[in-house]
Design a protein around this ligand. Structure first.
Ligand code: HEC
Ligand code: HEC
Ligand code: HEC
Ligand code: HEC
Ligand code: HEC
Length: 423
Protein backbone atom coordinates (compact mmCIF):
# COMPACT_ATOMS: atom_id res chain seq x y z
CA UNK A 1 0.00 0.00 0.00
CA UNK A 2 1.39 3.39 -0.85
CA UNK A 3 0.26 6.97 -0.82
CA UNK A 4 2.36 7.60 -3.82
CA UNK A 5 1.14 8.67 -7.18
CA UNK A 6 4.87 8.29 -7.73
CA UNK A 7 5.87 7.22 -11.19
CA UNK A 8 3.73 7.63 -14.26
CA UNK A 9 2.39 11.15 -14.62
CA UNK A 10 -1.32 10.70 -15.17
CA UNK A 11 -2.52 12.59 -18.20
CA UNK A 12 -6.15 12.74 -17.29
CA UNK A 13 -6.25 14.35 -13.89
CA UNK A 14 -8.70 17.07 -13.07
CA UNK A 15 -10.20 17.67 -16.46
CA UNK A 16 -12.92 19.79 -15.02
CA UNK A 17 -13.39 23.01 -16.84
CA UNK A 18 -15.76 25.67 -15.77
CA UNK A 19 -18.29 27.37 -17.98
CA UNK A 20 -19.11 31.02 -17.86
CA UNK A 21 -17.37 34.30 -17.32
CA UNK A 22 -18.46 34.54 -13.69
CA UNK A 23 -16.63 31.31 -13.00
CA UNK A 24 -13.46 32.96 -14.16
CA UNK A 25 -13.98 35.87 -11.86
CA UNK A 26 -15.25 33.91 -8.92
CA UNK A 27 -13.24 30.78 -8.58
CA UNK A 28 -10.21 31.72 -10.60
CA UNK A 29 -11.66 28.97 -12.76
CA UNK A 30 -10.36 27.32 -15.86
CA UNK A 31 -11.22 27.51 -19.58
CA UNK A 32 -14.64 27.70 -21.12
CA UNK A 33 -16.03 24.38 -22.32
CA UNK A 34 -17.94 22.56 -19.63
CA UNK A 35 -17.10 18.89 -19.28
CA UNK A 36 -19.82 18.34 -16.74
CA UNK A 37 -21.34 14.99 -17.57
CA UNK A 38 -24.92 13.81 -17.48
CA UNK A 39 -25.79 11.58 -14.52
CA UNK A 40 -26.58 7.99 -15.31
CA UNK A 41 -28.15 5.53 -12.90
CA UNK A 42 -25.60 2.77 -13.56
CA UNK A 43 -23.00 1.33 -13.54
CA UNK A 44 -21.81 1.38 -9.97
CA UNK A 45 -18.17 2.38 -9.70
CA UNK A 46 -16.38 -0.35 -7.76
CA UNK A 47 -12.69 0.34 -7.13
CA UNK A 48 -12.01 -3.40 -7.20
CA UNK A 49 -12.95 -3.39 -10.87
CA UNK A 50 -10.68 -0.53 -11.90
CA UNK A 51 -7.51 -1.74 -13.58
CA UNK A 52 -5.58 1.49 -13.14
CA UNK A 53 -5.67 4.79 -11.34
CA UNK A 54 -6.81 6.53 -14.55
CA UNK A 55 -9.71 4.10 -14.70
CA UNK A 56 -10.55 4.82 -11.10
CA UNK A 57 -10.45 8.59 -11.53
CA UNK A 58 -12.67 8.48 -14.60
CA UNK A 59 -15.20 6.14 -12.99
CA UNK A 60 -15.27 7.08 -9.33
CA UNK A 61 -14.96 10.82 -9.99
CA UNK A 62 -17.41 10.98 -12.87
CA UNK A 63 -19.45 14.06 -11.83
CA UNK A 64 -22.11 14.88 -10.97
CA UNK A 65 -21.87 11.64 -9.05
CA UNK A 66 -24.75 9.51 -10.45
CA UNK A 67 -27.89 9.21 -8.25
CA UNK A 68 -27.31 6.64 -5.51
CA UNK A 69 -30.61 4.86 -6.17
CA UNK A 70 -32.60 3.03 -3.46
CA UNK A 71 -30.71 1.45 -0.57
CA UNK A 72 -31.16 -2.29 0.07
CA UNK A 73 -34.55 -2.87 1.71
CA UNK A 74 -32.97 -4.58 4.73
CA UNK A 75 -31.08 -1.44 5.77
CA UNK A 76 -32.37 0.81 8.54
CA UNK A 77 -33.09 4.41 7.53
CA UNK A 78 -29.96 5.39 9.49
CA UNK A 79 -27.75 3.10 7.42
CA UNK A 80 -29.40 4.28 4.19
CA UNK A 81 -29.06 8.01 4.89
CA UNK A 82 -26.55 10.13 2.97
CA UNK A 83 -26.73 12.96 5.51
CA UNK A 84 -23.43 13.68 7.32
CA UNK A 85 -25.05 13.92 10.80
CA UNK A 86 -26.43 10.38 10.27
CA UNK A 87 -23.02 9.02 9.22
CA UNK A 88 -21.78 10.84 12.31
CA UNK A 89 -24.02 8.82 14.64
CA UNK A 90 -21.58 5.94 14.13
CA UNK A 91 -18.46 7.74 12.79
CA UNK A 92 -18.30 10.35 15.55
CA UNK A 93 -14.69 11.52 15.14
CA UNK A 94 -14.88 11.96 11.34
CA UNK A 95 -18.12 13.92 11.61
CA UNK A 96 -16.77 16.20 14.36
CA UNK A 97 -13.62 16.92 12.35
CA UNK A 98 -15.45 17.39 9.05
CA UNK A 99 -17.78 19.99 10.59
CA UNK A 100 -14.76 22.21 11.34
CA UNK A 101 -13.25 21.83 7.85
CA UNK A 102 -13.62 24.02 4.76
CA UNK A 103 -15.03 21.05 2.84
CA UNK A 104 -18.15 21.19 5.04
CA UNK A 105 -18.50 24.89 4.28
CA UNK A 106 -18.03 24.56 0.52
CA UNK A 107 -21.62 25.63 -0.14
CA UNK A 108 -20.55 29.00 1.21
CA UNK A 109 -22.19 32.41 1.15
CA UNK A 110 -19.69 33.48 -1.52
CA UNK A 111 -20.77 30.58 -3.71
CA UNK A 112 -24.52 30.67 -2.93
CA UNK A 113 -24.61 34.42 -3.53
CA UNK A 114 -23.41 33.83 -7.09
CA UNK A 115 -25.74 30.88 -7.71
CA UNK A 116 -29.14 32.07 -6.38
CA UNK A 117 -29.89 34.21 -9.41
CA UNK A 118 -28.73 31.48 -11.82
CA UNK A 119 -30.75 28.57 -10.36
CA UNK A 120 -33.85 29.36 -12.42
CA UNK A 121 -32.32 30.56 -15.67
CA UNK A 122 -28.83 29.13 -16.11
CA UNK A 123 -28.56 25.82 -14.31
CA UNK A 124 -25.60 24.79 -16.48
CA UNK A 125 -23.61 27.45 -14.67
CA UNK A 126 -24.73 26.17 -11.25
CA UNK A 127 -23.71 22.62 -12.24
CA UNK A 128 -20.28 23.80 -13.34
CA UNK A 129 -19.61 24.98 -9.77
CA UNK A 130 -21.22 22.02 -8.00
CA UNK A 131 -18.75 19.72 -9.79
CA UNK A 132 -16.46 20.60 -6.87
CA UNK A 133 -18.63 22.45 -4.34
CA UNK A 134 -21.45 19.84 -4.08
CA UNK A 135 -20.84 16.94 -6.46
CA UNK A 136 -23.67 14.47 -5.64
CA UNK A 137 -26.69 14.39 -8.00
CA UNK A 138 -28.82 14.55 -4.84
CA UNK A 139 -27.31 18.03 -4.22
CA UNK A 140 -28.58 19.47 -7.52
CA UNK A 141 -32.09 20.92 -7.68
CA UNK A 142 -32.36 20.18 -11.42
CA UNK A 143 -31.24 17.53 -13.86
CA UNK A 144 -30.54 17.88 -17.56
CA UNK A 145 -33.41 16.73 -19.81
CA UNK A 146 -32.75 14.51 -22.84
CA UNK A 147 -34.40 17.14 -25.07
CA UNK A 148 -32.15 19.87 -23.62
CA UNK A 149 -32.60 22.29 -20.74
CA UNK A 150 -33.14 21.21 -17.14
CA UNK A 151 -36.05 19.65 -15.23
CA UNK A 152 -36.88 19.02 -11.57
CA UNK A 153 -34.65 16.46 -9.83
CA UNK A 154 -36.84 14.04 -7.82
CA UNK A 155 -33.85 13.06 -5.63
CA UNK A 156 -32.92 16.63 -4.70
CA UNK A 157 -32.23 17.21 -1.00
CA UNK A 158 -31.67 20.91 -0.11
CA UNK A 159 -30.04 20.05 3.22
CA UNK A 160 -27.53 17.83 1.49
CA UNK A 161 -26.77 20.63 -0.97
CA UNK A 162 -25.89 22.97 1.88
CA UNK A 163 -23.55 20.34 3.32
CA UNK A 164 -21.01 21.11 0.58
CA UNK A 165 -18.51 18.27 0.21
CA UNK A 166 -20.47 15.72 2.22
CA UNK A 167 -19.17 12.31 3.39
CA UNK A 168 -20.95 10.55 0.52
CA UNK A 169 -19.14 12.69 -2.09
CA UNK A 170 -15.94 10.85 -1.22
CA UNK A 171 -17.31 7.59 0.21
CA UNK A 172 -20.57 6.48 -1.46
CA UNK A 173 -21.28 5.34 -5.03
CA UNK A 174 -24.47 3.49 -6.00
CA UNK A 175 -25.25 3.08 -2.26
CA UNK A 176 -21.98 1.16 -1.73
CA UNK A 177 -19.70 2.58 1.01
CA UNK A 178 -16.03 2.85 0.01
CA UNK A 179 -13.05 3.55 2.21
CA UNK A 180 -9.30 3.13 2.65
CA UNK A 181 -7.62 -0.17 3.60
CA UNK A 182 -7.87 -1.06 7.29
CA UNK A 183 -5.15 0.54 9.38
CA UNK A 184 -3.34 -2.79 9.13
CA UNK A 185 -3.41 -2.46 5.32
CA UNK A 186 -6.06 -5.09 4.53
CA UNK A 187 -8.58 -4.68 1.71
CA UNK A 188 -10.53 -7.90 2.37
CA UNK A 189 -14.34 -7.67 2.13
CA UNK A 190 -16.30 -6.78 5.27
CA UNK A 191 -17.78 -9.55 7.37
CA UNK A 192 -21.46 -10.43 6.79
CA UNK A 193 -24.04 -8.33 8.58
CA UNK A 194 -21.95 -5.18 9.02
CA UNK A 195 -23.89 -1.88 9.00
CA UNK A 196 -24.49 -0.49 5.48
CA UNK A 197 -23.31 -3.80 4.04
CA UNK A 198 -19.78 -3.12 5.22
CA UNK A 199 -17.29 -1.23 3.10
CA UNK A 200 -15.32 -1.78 -0.10
CA UNK A 201 -11.70 -0.89 0.67
CA UNK A 202 -9.24 0.56 -1.82
CA UNK A 203 -5.79 2.11 -1.52
CA UNK A 204 -6.80 4.77 -4.07
CA UNK A 205 -8.04 6.60 -0.97
CA UNK A 206 -4.44 7.04 0.11
CA UNK A 207 -3.21 8.37 -3.24
CA UNK A 208 -2.75 12.08 -3.94
CA UNK A 209 -4.68 11.68 -7.18
CA UNK A 210 -7.78 11.03 -5.08
CA UNK A 211 -7.74 14.77 -4.27
CA UNK A 212 -6.52 16.05 -7.65
CA UNK A 213 -9.89 16.03 -9.44
CA UNK A 214 -10.95 19.08 -7.44
CA UNK A 215 -7.51 20.58 -6.78
CA UNK A 216 -5.83 20.48 -10.20
CA UNK A 217 -6.95 22.04 -13.47
CA UNK A 218 -5.93 20.55 -16.81
CA UNK A 219 -5.09 23.60 -18.88
CA UNK A 220 -1.43 24.69 -18.38
CA UNK A 221 -2.31 28.38 -18.47
CA UNK A 222 -1.51 31.09 -17.75
CA UNK A 223 2.25 31.00 -18.18
CA UNK A 224 2.63 27.22 -18.38
CA UNK A 225 0.98 26.62 -14.98
CA UNK A 226 -2.69 25.88 -14.35
CA UNK A 227 -4.64 28.29 -12.18
CA UNK A 228 -5.08 25.44 -9.71
CA UNK A 229 -1.82 23.53 -10.03
CA UNK A 230 -1.45 21.89 -6.62
CA UNK A 231 -1.07 18.29 -7.75
CA UNK A 232 1.58 19.17 -10.37
CA UNK A 233 3.48 21.27 -7.82
CA UNK A 234 3.42 18.35 -5.41
CA UNK A 235 4.56 15.93 -8.15
CA UNK A 236 7.60 18.15 -8.80
CA UNK A 237 8.53 18.16 -5.09
CA UNK A 238 10.56 15.75 -3.01
CA UNK A 239 7.36 14.86 -1.14
CA UNK A 240 6.14 12.86 -4.16
CA UNK A 241 9.27 10.70 -4.20
CA UNK A 242 9.28 10.40 -0.39
CA UNK A 243 5.69 9.09 -0.44
CA UNK A 244 4.33 12.06 1.53
CA UNK A 245 0.95 12.65 -0.10
CA UNK A 246 -1.86 15.17 0.34
CA UNK A 247 -3.47 12.95 2.99
CA UNK A 248 -0.24 12.69 5.03
CA UNK A 249 -0.25 16.43 5.71
CA UNK A 250 -3.93 17.32 5.37
CA UNK A 251 -5.45 14.21 7.00
CA UNK A 252 -2.87 13.33 9.68
CA UNK A 253 -3.76 10.02 11.33
CA UNK A 254 -6.71 9.94 8.89
CA UNK A 255 -8.29 12.92 10.66
CA UNK A 256 -10.83 14.78 8.47
CA UNK A 257 -9.32 18.21 9.12
CA UNK A 258 -8.05 19.51 5.77
CA UNK A 259 -6.43 22.56 7.37
CA UNK A 260 -4.78 24.95 4.91
CA UNK A 261 -4.15 28.63 4.31
CA UNK A 262 -7.01 29.65 6.64
CA UNK A 263 -5.42 28.02 9.68
CA UNK A 264 -2.55 29.88 11.42
CA UNK A 265 -1.04 26.74 12.99
CA UNK A 266 -1.04 24.89 9.67
CA UNK A 267 0.61 27.80 7.88
CA UNK A 268 3.25 28.16 10.64
CA UNK A 269 4.02 24.46 10.32
CA UNK A 270 4.65 24.88 6.60
CA UNK A 271 7.24 27.69 6.70
CA UNK A 272 10.40 28.73 8.56
CA UNK A 273 10.95 32.44 9.23
CA UNK A 274 14.41 33.56 10.41
CA UNK A 275 16.44 36.74 10.89
CA UNK A 276 19.45 36.78 8.57
CA UNK A 277 22.79 37.00 10.34
CA UNK A 278 26.48 37.83 9.88
CA UNK A 279 27.92 36.90 6.51
CA UNK A 280 24.46 36.34 5.03
CA UNK A 281 24.05 40.11 4.89
CA UNK A 282 25.96 42.97 3.36
CA UNK A 283 27.34 45.28 6.09
CA UNK A 284 24.76 47.71 7.45
CA UNK A 285 21.70 45.76 6.27
CA UNK A 286 19.04 43.84 8.13
CA UNK A 287 17.12 40.96 6.59
CA UNK A 288 14.44 38.33 7.06
CA UNK A 289 14.20 34.98 5.30
CA UNK A 290 11.02 32.97 4.66
CA UNK A 291 11.51 29.34 3.60
CA UNK A 292 8.89 26.88 2.36
CA UNK A 293 10.18 24.17 4.68
CA UNK A 294 7.10 21.99 5.12
CA UNK A 295 4.48 22.81 2.50
CA UNK A 296 4.12 20.04 -0.10
CA UNK A 297 3.50 22.47 -2.98
CA UNK A 298 4.09 26.16 -3.57
CA UNK A 299 3.55 28.42 -0.58
CA UNK A 300 0.77 29.31 -1.09
CA UNK A 301 -0.54 27.02 -3.82
CA UNK A 302 -3.48 29.09 -5.11
CA UNK A 303 -3.78 32.46 -6.82
CA UNK A 304 -6.25 33.50 -4.12
CA UNK A 305 -4.16 34.11 -0.95
CA UNK A 306 -1.34 36.64 -0.47
CA UNK A 307 1.38 36.82 2.19
CA UNK A 308 3.01 40.15 3.16
CA UNK A 309 6.56 40.23 4.54
CA UNK A 310 7.47 43.57 6.17
CA UNK A 311 10.59 45.09 7.76
CA UNK A 312 10.30 48.27 9.79
CA UNK A 313 13.16 50.20 11.44
CA UNK A 314 12.75 51.61 14.95
CA UNK A 315 14.79 54.27 16.76
CA UNK A 316 16.37 54.01 20.25
CA UNK A 317 12.99 54.64 21.91
CA UNK A 318 11.35 51.84 19.93
CA UNK A 319 9.37 54.22 17.72
CA UNK A 320 9.09 53.56 13.97
CA UNK A 321 11.39 55.77 11.89
CA UNK A 322 9.10 57.52 9.36
CA UNK A 323 9.47 56.09 5.87
CA UNK A 324 11.89 53.37 7.00
CA UNK A 325 9.85 50.30 6.09
CA UNK A 326 9.87 47.84 3.23
CA UNK A 327 7.42 45.10 2.19
CA UNK A 328 7.36 42.21 -0.24
CA UNK A 329 4.37 40.13 -1.27
CA UNK A 330 4.35 36.36 -1.75
CA UNK A 331 1.58 35.85 -4.29
CA UNK A 332 0.76 34.63 -7.76
CA UNK A 333 -0.90 37.59 -9.40
CA UNK A 334 -3.26 36.88 -12.29
CA UNK A 335 -5.88 38.95 -14.06
CA UNK A 336 -8.50 38.31 -16.69
CA UNK A 337 -7.65 40.19 -19.89
CA UNK A 338 -9.85 39.90 -22.96
CA UNK A 339 -11.26 36.57 -21.80
CA UNK A 340 -8.00 34.86 -20.84
CA UNK A 341 -5.95 34.77 -17.71
CA UNK A 342 -2.65 36.60 -17.73
CA UNK A 343 -0.01 36.18 -15.03
CA UNK A 344 1.80 39.38 -14.08
CA UNK A 345 4.00 37.96 -11.32
CA UNK A 346 4.60 34.79 -9.31
CA UNK A 347 6.64 35.14 -6.14
CA UNK A 348 5.31 32.00 -4.44
CA UNK A 349 7.87 29.71 -2.83
CA UNK A 350 8.42 26.26 -4.31
CA UNK A 351 9.05 23.51 -1.73
CA UNK A 352 12.44 24.03 0.00
CA UNK A 353 13.02 27.45 -1.60
CA UNK A 354 13.33 30.79 0.22
CA UNK A 355 12.77 34.49 -0.27
CA UNK A 356 14.71 37.19 1.54
CA UNK A 357 13.83 40.78 2.29
CA UNK A 358 16.72 43.08 3.28
CA UNK A 359 16.96 46.75 4.14
CA UNK A 360 19.86 49.19 4.72
CA UNK A 361 19.80 50.35 8.33
CA UNK A 362 20.94 53.93 8.97
CA UNK A 363 22.89 54.66 12.17
CA UNK A 364 19.88 56.07 14.04
CA UNK A 365 18.06 52.75 13.61
CA UNK A 366 18.43 50.67 16.78
CA UNK A 367 15.81 47.97 16.30
CA UNK A 368 14.13 46.20 13.42
CA UNK A 369 10.67 44.72 13.46
CA UNK A 370 9.71 41.91 11.11
CA UNK A 371 6.18 40.84 10.35
CA UNK A 372 4.65 38.11 8.18
CA UNK A 373 0.93 38.47 7.59
CA UNK A 374 -1.33 36.07 5.71
CA UNK A 375 -4.37 37.22 3.73
CA UNK A 376 -6.09 33.92 2.83
CA UNK A 377 -8.85 35.50 0.74
CA UNK A 378 -6.98 38.41 -0.88
CA UNK A 379 -8.29 37.64 -4.38
CA UNK A 380 -11.86 36.82 -3.30
CA UNK A 381 -12.09 40.02 -1.28
CA UNK A 382 -11.79 41.94 -4.56
CA UNK A 383 -14.14 39.57 -6.37
CA UNK A 384 -16.82 40.08 -3.72
CA UNK A 385 -16.30 43.88 -3.72
CA UNK A 386 -16.68 43.79 -7.52
CA UNK A 387 -19.92 41.82 -7.26
CA UNK A 388 -21.31 44.24 -4.65
CA UNK A 389 -20.78 47.09 -7.12
CA UNK A 390 -23.17 45.36 -9.54
CA UNK A 391 -26.96 45.11 -9.52
CA UNK A 392 -27.82 42.11 -7.31
CA UNK A 393 -31.07 40.66 -5.95
CA UNK A 394 -31.62 41.25 -2.23
CA UNK A 395 -30.90 37.60 -1.42
CA UNK A 396 -27.68 37.61 -3.41
CA UNK A 397 -26.55 40.90 -1.85
CA UNK A 398 -27.00 39.62 1.72
CA UNK A 399 -24.92 36.52 0.90
CA UNK A 400 -22.14 38.36 -0.95
CA UNK A 401 -21.97 40.97 1.83
CA UNK A 402 -21.46 38.16 4.36
CA UNK A 403 -18.76 36.62 2.16
CA UNK A 404 -17.07 40.02 1.74
CA UNK A 405 -17.04 40.56 5.52
CA UNK A 406 -15.61 37.07 5.98
CA UNK A 407 -12.81 37.83 3.52
CA UNK A 408 -12.02 41.11 5.29
CA UNK A 409 -11.84 39.33 8.67
CA UNK A 410 -9.66 36.36 7.62
CA UNK A 411 -6.08 37.81 7.64
CA UNK A 412 -3.75 36.81 10.52
CA UNK A 413 -0.13 37.32 11.56
CA UNK A 414 2.22 34.32 11.80
CA UNK A 415 5.40 36.20 12.74
CA UNK A 416 5.96 39.49 14.58
CA UNK A 417 9.38 39.98 16.15
CA UNK A 418 11.56 42.95 17.06
CA UNK A 419 15.34 42.58 17.50
CA UNK A 420 18.22 44.96 18.24
CA UNK A 421 20.41 45.80 15.26
CA UNK A 422 23.97 44.57 15.90
CA UNK A 423 26.76 46.71 14.48
C1 HEC B 1 -25.27 2.39 12.01
C2 HEC B 1 -23.89 2.82 12.09
C3 HEC B 1 -23.26 3.35 10.83
C4 HEC B 1 -23.71 4.37 10.01
C5 HEC B 1 -25.01 5.18 10.12
C6 HEC B 1 -22.69 4.57 9.01
N1 HEC B 1 -21.66 3.69 9.24
FE1 HEC B 1 -19.98 3.54 8.13
N2 HEC B 1 -19.37 1.91 9.21
C7 HEC B 1 -20.03 1.39 10.28
C8 HEC B 1 -19.32 0.20 10.75
C9 HEC B 1 -19.70 -0.67 11.93
C10 HEC B 1 -18.21 0.05 9.89
C11 HEC B 1 -17.14 -1.07 9.91
C12 HEC B 1 -17.43 -1.99 8.74
C13 HEC B 1 -16.32 -3.01 8.49
O1 HEC B 1 -15.28 -2.94 9.15
O2 HEC B 1 -16.52 -3.85 7.60
C14 HEC B 1 -18.26 1.16 8.97
C15 HEC B 1 -17.29 1.39 8.01
C16 HEC B 1 -17.23 2.56 7.25
C17 HEC B 1 -16.07 2.98 6.50
C18 HEC B 1 -14.72 2.28 6.51
C19 HEC B 1 -14.09 2.64 7.84
C20 HEC B 1 -12.77 2.04 8.19
O3 HEC B 1 -12.63 1.61 9.33
O4 HEC B 1 -11.85 2.06 7.37
C21 HEC B 1 -16.41 4.14 5.89
C22 HEC B 1 -15.51 4.99 5.00
C23 HEC B 1 -17.78 4.44 6.24
N3 HEC B 1 -18.24 3.46 7.08
C24 HEC B 1 -18.47 5.55 5.79
C25 HEC B 1 -19.78 5.83 6.16
C26 HEC B 1 -20.52 6.93 5.60
C27 HEC B 1 -20.00 7.91 4.56
C28 HEC B 1 -21.75 6.93 6.20
C29 HEC B 1 -22.92 7.83 5.91
C30 HEC B 1 -23.29 7.96 4.49
C31 HEC B 1 -21.75 5.82 7.16
N4 HEC B 1 -20.54 5.19 7.08
C32 HEC B 1 -22.79 5.51 8.01
C33 HEC B 1 -21.18 1.90 10.85
C34 HEC B 1 -21.96 2.93 10.32
C1 HEC C 1 -12.28 22.25 -9.98
C2 HEC C 1 -13.00 22.43 -8.75
C3 HEC C 1 -13.78 23.72 -8.57
C4 HEC C 1 -14.80 24.22 -9.37
C5 HEC C 1 -15.37 23.62 -10.64
C6 HEC C 1 -15.24 25.45 -8.73
N1 HEC C 1 -14.52 25.67 -7.57
FE1 HEC C 1 -14.73 27.25 -6.32
N2 HEC C 1 -13.17 26.56 -5.20
C7 HEC C 1 -12.46 25.40 -5.44
C8 HEC C 1 -11.37 25.30 -4.49
C9 HEC C 1 -10.34 24.16 -4.42
C10 HEC C 1 -11.45 26.45 -3.68
C11 HEC C 1 -10.52 26.83 -2.53
C12 HEC C 1 -9.26 27.42 -3.04
C13 HEC C 1 -9.39 28.79 -3.48
O1 HEC C 1 -9.62 29.64 -2.62
O2 HEC C 1 -9.21 29.05 -4.72
C14 HEC C 1 -12.60 27.22 -4.14
C15 HEC C 1 -13.02 28.41 -3.58
C16 HEC C 1 -14.12 29.14 -3.99
C17 HEC C 1 -14.61 30.34 -3.35
C18 HEC C 1 -13.97 31.01 -2.14
C19 HEC C 1 -14.27 30.27 -0.88
C20 HEC C 1 -15.71 30.38 -0.53
O3 HEC C 1 -16.37 29.31 -0.52
O4 HEC C 1 -16.22 31.50 -0.31
C21 HEC C 1 -15.73 30.76 -4.05
C22 HEC C 1 -16.61 31.96 -3.75
C23 HEC C 1 -15.91 29.83 -5.14
N3 HEC C 1 -14.93 28.86 -5.07
C24 HEC C 1 -16.93 29.93 -6.09
C25 HEC C 1 -17.05 29.08 -7.19
C26 HEC C 1 -18.01 29.28 -8.25
C27 HEC C 1 -19.04 30.40 -8.32
C28 HEC C 1 -17.82 28.26 -9.14
C29 HEC C 1 -18.55 27.99 -10.44
C30 HEC C 1 -18.59 29.07 -11.37
C31 HEC C 1 -16.73 27.43 -8.62
N4 HEC C 1 -16.29 27.96 -7.44
C32 HEC C 1 -16.26 26.28 -9.24
C33 HEC C 1 -12.72 24.46 -6.41
C34 HEC C 1 -13.62 24.63 -7.45
C1 HEC D 1 -12.86 15.02 0.59
C2 HEC D 1 -13.10 13.58 0.71
C3 HEC D 1 -13.64 13.04 2.01
C4 HEC D 1 -14.76 13.45 2.71
C5 HEC D 1 -15.67 14.63 2.40
C6 HEC D 1 -14.90 12.55 3.82
N1 HEC D 1 -13.91 11.61 3.80
FE1 HEC D 1 -13.69 10.03 5.04
N2 HEC D 1 -11.90 9.60 4.21
C7 HEC D 1 -11.39 10.20 3.10
C8 HEC D 1 -10.07 9.66 2.81
C9 HEC D 1 -9.17 10.10 1.66
C10 HEC D 1 -9.82 8.70 3.82
C11 HEC D 1 -8.53 7.87 3.98
C12 HEC D 1 -7.44 8.73 4.61
C13 HEC D 1 -6.13 8.02 4.76
O1 HEC D 1 -6.09 6.79 4.61
O2 HEC D 1 -5.14 8.69 5.06
C14 HEC D 1 -11.01 8.67 4.67
C15 HEC D 1 -11.19 7.81 5.76
C16 HEC D 1 -12.40 7.64 6.43
C17 HEC D 1 -12.66 6.64 7.44
C18 HEC D 1 -11.68 5.62 7.96
C19 HEC D 1 -10.99 6.23 9.17
C20 HEC D 1 -9.96 5.38 9.84
O3 HEC D 1 -9.52 5.82 10.91
O4 HEC D 1 -9.56 4.32 9.34
C21 HEC D 1 -13.96 6.83 7.87
C22 HEC D 1 -14.71 6.03 8.93
C23 HEC D 1 -14.49 7.96 7.14
N3 HEC D 1 -13.52 8.43 6.28
C24 HEC D 1 -15.76 8.48 7.31
C25 HEC D 1 -16.16 9.71 6.82
C26 HEC D 1 -17.35 10.43 7.26
C27 HEC D 1 -18.34 9.92 8.28
C28 HEC D 1 -17.37 11.62 6.59
C29 HEC D 1 -18.33 12.78 6.74
C30 HEC D 1 -18.54 13.29 8.08
C31 HEC D 1 -16.22 11.61 5.68
N4 HEC D 1 -15.51 10.48 5.89
C32 HEC D 1 -15.91 12.63 4.78
C33 HEC D 1 -11.98 11.18 2.34
C34 HEC D 1 -13.12 11.89 2.71
C1 HEC E 1 -15.35 17.07 -4.55
C2 HEC E 1 -14.26 18.01 -4.67
C3 HEC E 1 -13.11 17.94 -3.68
C4 HEC E 1 -12.36 16.84 -3.31
C5 HEC E 1 -12.51 15.40 -3.76
C6 HEC E 1 -11.35 17.34 -2.40
N1 HEC E 1 -11.50 18.69 -2.22
FE1 HEC E 1 -10.38 19.89 -1.01
N2 HEC E 1 -11.58 21.49 -1.45
C7 HEC E 1 -12.60 21.48 -2.37
C8 HEC E 1 -13.25 22.79 -2.39
C9 HEC E 1 -14.43 23.20 -3.26
C10 HEC E 1 -12.57 23.58 -1.44
C11 HEC E 1 -12.89 25.03 -1.07
C12 HEC E 1 -14.10 25.07 -0.20
C13 HEC E 1 -14.51 26.50 0.09
O1 HEC E 1 -13.77 27.20 0.80
O2 HEC E 1 -15.58 26.91 -0.39
C14 HEC E 1 -11.50 22.73 -0.89
C15 HEC E 1 -10.58 23.16 0.06
C16 HEC E 1 -9.50 22.40 0.50
C17 HEC E 1 -8.42 22.89 1.33
C18 HEC E 1 -8.25 24.34 1.72
C19 HEC E 1 -8.21 24.75 3.13
C20 HEC E 1 -8.11 26.24 3.26
O3 HEC E 1 -7.67 26.67 4.29
O4 HEC E 1 -8.44 27.01 2.35
C21 HEC E 1 -7.55 21.83 1.56
C22 HEC E 1 -6.30 21.86 2.38
C23 HEC E 1 -8.10 20.70 0.84
N3 HEC E 1 -9.28 21.06 0.21
C24 HEC E 1 -7.48 19.45 0.80
C25 HEC E 1 -8.02 18.33 0.15
C26 HEC E 1 -7.43 17.01 0.20
C27 HEC E 1 -6.15 16.65 0.91
C28 HEC E 1 -8.25 16.19 -0.54
C29 HEC E 1 -8.12 14.69 -0.80
C30 HEC E 1 -8.20 13.84 0.37
C31 HEC E 1 -9.35 17.01 -1.04
N4 HEC E 1 -9.17 18.29 -0.59
C32 HEC E 1 -10.38 16.52 -1.83
C33 HEC E 1 -13.00 20.41 -3.14
C34 HEC E 1 -12.54 19.10 -2.99
C1 HEC F 1 4.32 18.22 3.24
C2 HEC F 1 2.98 18.59 3.65
C3 HEC F 1 1.95 18.89 2.56
C4 HEC F 1 1.61 18.11 1.47
C5 HEC F 1 2.24 16.83 1.00
C6 HEC F 1 0.49 18.79 0.83
N1 HEC F 1 0.19 19.95 1.49
FE1 HEC F 1 -1.30 21.25 1.03
N2 HEC F 1 -0.66 22.51 2.51
C7 HEC F 1 0.35 22.24 3.41
C8 HEC F 1 0.53 23.39 4.28
C9 HEC F 1 1.55 23.51 5.41
C10 HEC F 1 -0.41 24.36 3.86
C11 HEC F 1 -0.59 25.76 4.45
C12 HEC F 1 0.32 26.76 3.75
C13 HEC F 1 -0.17 27.10 2.38
O1 HEC F 1 -1.36 27.47 2.27
O2 HEC F 1 0.59 27.00 1.39
C14 HEC F 1 -1.15 23.78 2.74
C15 HEC F 1 -2.18 24.40 2.05
C16 HEC F 1 -3.00 23.78 1.12
C17 HEC F 1 -4.18 24.38 0.52
C18 HEC F 1 -4.72 25.76 0.85
C19 HEC F 1 -4.68 26.77 -0.28
C20 HEC F 1 -3.39 27.47 -0.54
O3 HEC F 1 -3.41 28.42 -1.38
O4 HEC F 1 -2.31 27.13 -0.01
C21 HEC F 1 -4.71 23.45 -0.33
C22 HEC F 1 -5.95 23.59 -1.19
C23 HEC F 1 -3.85 22.27 -0.28
N3 HEC F 1 -2.82 22.52 0.60
C24 HEC F 1 -4.09 21.10 -0.99
C25 HEC F 1 -3.15 20.06 -1.10
C26 HEC F 1 -3.26 18.95 -2.02
C27 HEC F 1 -4.41 18.72 -2.96
C28 HEC F 1 -2.13 18.19 -1.85
C29 HEC F 1 -1.70 16.96 -2.62
C30 HEC F 1 -1.56 17.13 -4.07
C31 HEC F 1 -1.35 18.81 -0.79
N4 HEC F 1 -1.99 19.93 -0.37
C32 HEC F 1 -0.15 18.30 -0.30
C33 HEC F 1 1.07 21.08 3.50
C34 HEC F 1 1.04 20.05 2.56
Amino acid sequence: MSRSGVGARPRAVGLFRIAGALALASCAGDATDSRVTTPVATPVADPREFRSMEDFLGGYWNRPIPPQGPAPAAWSSLEASLAPPECGTCHVQQYEDWQTAVHAGAYSAGLAGQLVSQEATNFGFVRSCLVCHGPLSEQQSKLPLPEGGHGTNPDFDPQLKEGGIVCAACHVRGQVRYGPPTREGATAPSAEGMPHGGVVRSDYFEDSRFCAGCHQFASPAPNGKSLQNTYEEWLDSRYATEGVGCQTCHMPDRRHLWRGIHDPDMVRAGVTIEWMEGSELEPGRVGLRVTNSGTGHRFPTYVTPAVDVTLELLDGTGSPIPGAARSAEIVRRVALQGGSWVESSDTRLAPDSSMTLTYPAPVDARFVRGEVRVRPDAFYRNVFAGLLARVLTDTARVLIEAAHEGAIASPFTIFDDTVAIGR
